[in-house]
Design a protein around this ligand. Structure first.
Ligand SMILES: C[S@@+](CC[C@H](N)C(=O)[O-])C[C@H]1O[C@@H](n2cnc3c(N)ncnc32)[C@H](O)[C@@H]1O
Length: 363
């Protein structure tokens, strides 16, 4: 196919000139050599001798055809005729792990789907079917379908707010979608630190792999110490690993610096874990409100503290939740201030996902 060969740095100029005259072909730009690019020309573009080309040569090159735009175009021809609704409409990536839900229609073609996805998306290492969330640890039941290199581990690495976070979607809960909530938590904690005029101790007893600490540990002077934990041993292991990376050479600069694998409701019985936090995060959405009475003892028992958490609640109970939060704080001996419960998103037809927050004065 006829191509116009131009110096690489003039590629854009000539692409525009050819396009403006309707002479640019549909195929892609081809590399002629290290310093020249070939622009595909339509049959009706003028010949090489035309002054329009300013002496740049026409060369005959193999056209660069576009690859499939969607993974479904990579399915075997025999499956291409099946209805569009057979195929999963979405998938999620965590690092190099691709996760999608199989339904009755797509189940018989699981392997073909995985192969097509692997062929289409170069940075995928393993494709897994997601059989839903299981157990108290809210971990997905992942079935590895196909791996590029035979490695079937689901441990991988993501980036959040410019930091590396080691995750394992088959073993530990982590949701990239909630990164904006974590940024808000960071903003709130920062504002609270400015208000108190000193660095803080933050407790996150349902920390998962620790994403709430990504921004907080990076910000100099924000934290004096941290108490982080999770009941899932795999989470606690990744939490320790991630916090060690984020604190780097600064690891001894924090006190307390505790990472534990424990039921959050038992922290109150450990002298090293209770009575120390300025901020307590509560991220166990199905049970957050029920666990609160056991978590108040984590606060420093004087001065002001901040409680921030997330919950899944019946929408009909939304209005009464601020009062419930204030009642729980008072029952624990604190005085609530600026308590609020905000709907973040729908969870089901009757339930919603909310963020709750209150300042608490302890005397
Ligand atoms: C919704 S996830 C939140 C994880 C993390 N905060 C995040 O944002 O990615 C809840 C976490 O609480 C842990 N968990 C469940 N029950 C617990 C308990 N009784 N005590 C401590 N952790 C618990 C689960 O293993 C899970 O990692």
């Amino acid at each position: 196919m006829r191509h116009l060969s131009v110096p690489s740095e003039q590629t854009q100029v000539w692409l525009q000139r050819c396009k403006a005259n309707g002479w640019l072909g549909e195929t892609g730009v081809v590399e002629v050599d290290g310093r020249h690019r070939g622009l595909p020309l339509h049959d009706d573009a003028p010949s090489e001798q035309d002054p329009f080309w300013e002496g740049f040569p026409h060369v005959d090159l193999e056209p660069k055809r576009r690859g499939p735009m969607h993974w479904t175009e990579r399915l075997p021809p025999a499956l291409q005729s099946l209805p569009e609704s057979t195929w999963p409409g979405s998938y999620e990536m965590q690092g190099d792990v691709l996760i999608f839900k199989l339904d009755e229609a797509s189940k018989p073609h699981a392997e073909a789907i995985a192969a097509a996805m692997l062929a289409q998306i170069p940075n995928v290492r393993i494709v897994c079917a997601d059989d839903g969330v299981k157990g108290d640890f809210r971990v997905r039941d992942l079935q590895p379908l196909l791996s590029r290199d035979g490695d079937t581990t689901t441990r991988t690495r993501v980036r959040e707010h410019d930091q590396v976070v080691d995750v394992d979607p088959g073993e530990v809960y982590y949701s990239a979608r909630l990164a904006h909530q974590r940024k808000k938590t960071f903003d709130e904690v920062q504002a609270f630190q400015k208000k108190l005029g000193r660095s803080l101790v933050v407790a996150d007893p349902y920390a998962g792999v620790g994403p709430a600490f990504v921004l907080m540990l990076k910000q100099k002077g924000l934290l004096r110490g941290y108490l982080a934990g999770d009941l899932n041993p795999k989470a606690a292991e990744l939490l320790e690993h991630n916090i060690a990376r984020w604190t780097g050479k600064n690891s001894t600069a924090f006190s307390p610096a505790s990472i534990v694998c424990k039921d959050a409701r038992t922290w109150k019985d450990e002298p090293t874990l209770c009575g120390q936090a300025d901020v307590v995060l509560v991220n166990l959405p199905h049970d957050s409100f029920e666990h609160l009475p056991d978590l108040f003892p984590l606060f420093v028992p004087h001065g002001e503290g901040m409680l921030r958490g997330w919950a899944i609640i019946e929408r009909t109970s939304l209005e009464s939740r601020v009062e419930q939060l204030e009642t729980l704080v008072r029952a624990a001996g604190g005085t609530p201030k600026n308590a609020h419960v905000l709907e973040i998103k729908d969870f089901s037809s009757t339930r919603c996902f909310v963020m709750f927050q209150t300042l608490i004065t302890w005397d």
